[in-house]
Design a protein. Structure first.
Length: 339
């Protein structure tokens, strides 16, 4: 992918970008970054917001004049997410214009992410931004605490931020199991058009429009955690449909089904070892149904496949494991172990 393609990809993941951010990320001068951004604007691939050195650039689908904006820092002392939501919605001019499903998605996602910041971040203050334009609704929740990835690493004895992301995306991962189900980030990341978590130099982006997940190092490093959530105003996403997708029995209303992106469990190597398989399987005994997505996984080793499809299955015969998006090589090894 050429530099222009990389910049467009960054705009997709970040929502908004600036010439300074592009210069830092790709190691180019700010003047050169501004020139490329101008060319992308002229071609209609980006839209420029603002006219100063702090101008930002967005993809056309996220553009539009701001109809309503809220930006306030709250002290994290006896702060309650429902009270903040009521405070914002009492001043919002857009709420009545939203469809019921989008309003429900916004209220759920905002409440879950703010609750995480209140109860997990140990941050003295929390910055909240909500914006609505003609095309989309977005919010940012910015704390200055211990950081979501580091918090999970410390609590679960993990070795890296990537391992923390791996566990987060399975669902049911929380540092306070007595008070939280660990479902908030899982469902919020799946009901957004674009969702991101940034903390201490690492950023996770879930792009449900492109059906892809990105995890990367970013500079400058962000202290604490920043959550960004986008949804288009004409979105047809429904919370009830999402919840139903991760239930094996609609009558029980239980979150007992999950999906794991296997490509997130390697850093430039194929999946060959039992230890890699055990990282994939960590915590999955809590579910009744597991979907393993092998998209963009070129091959797996016999030990990796054996650990999942024979050893784990023997220990947990009541858990259904469904592999999807396998190429011929992956399918061969899994079927060989299964046989």
């Amino acid at each position: 992918m050429d530099l222009k393609g990389l910049i467009l990809s960054e705009a997709l993941k970040a929502g908004k970008i600036t010439s300074q951010e592009i210069a830092i990320k790709f190691g180019i001068s700010r003047q050169y970054a501004q020139r490329i951004l101008r060319e992308l604007v002229q071609k209609g691939l980006l839209i420029k917001l603002g006219s100063t050195r702090a101008a930002s650039y967005v993809l056309p689908k996220y553009a539009g004049s701001v109809e309503w904006k809220f930006d306030k820092r709250f002290s994290n002392e006896n702060l309650a997410e429902h009270e903040v939501l009521e405070y914002i919605e009492g001043r919002a001019q857009f709420r009545q214009s939203l469809s019921e499903n989008v309003r429900s998605v916004f209220e759920y996602a905002f409440s879950e992410m703010l609750n995480n910041a209140i109860e997990h971040s140990q941050s003295q203050n929390i910055q909240i931004n909500v914006e609505k334009n003609e095309n989309n609704l977005q919010f940012q929740i910015n704390d200055f605490g211990i950081g979501v990835f580091r918090n999970i690493m410390s609590d679960r004895g993990l070795k890296s931020e990537l391992e923390a992301v791996q566990d987060l995306l399975k669902g049911k991962t929380t540092t306070q199991p007595q008070a939280h189900s660990g479902e908030g980030i899982f469902f919020t990341s799946k009901v957004a058009d674009v969702f991101s978590l940034e903390s201490f130099g690492y950023k996770l982006t879930v792009d449900n429009n492109a059906d892809d997940i990105f995890f990367e190092e970013v500079k400058p490093s962000k202290r604490g955690t920043k959550v960004i959530f986008y949804i288009t105003c004409d979105s047809e996403r429904h919370l009830n449909d999402l919840f139903a997708e991760y239930q094996t029995d609609p009558e029980e209303h239980a979150f007992d089904k999950t999906e794991v992106q296997i490509k997130l469990y390697t850093m430039g190597t194929i999946h060959i070892s039992r230890s890699q398989a055990r990282r994939v399987l960590a915590g999955l005994e809590k579910f009744k149904s597991i979907i393993l997505d092998f998209d963009n996984v070129p091959n797996v080793g016999q030990a990796f496949a054996d650990e999942i499809f024979r050893v784990f299955k023997k220990k947990h015969p009541d858990i259904q494991i469904t592999p999807i998006n396998m190429n011929q090589a992956v399918r061969f090894m899994i079927e060989r172990v299964g046989d």
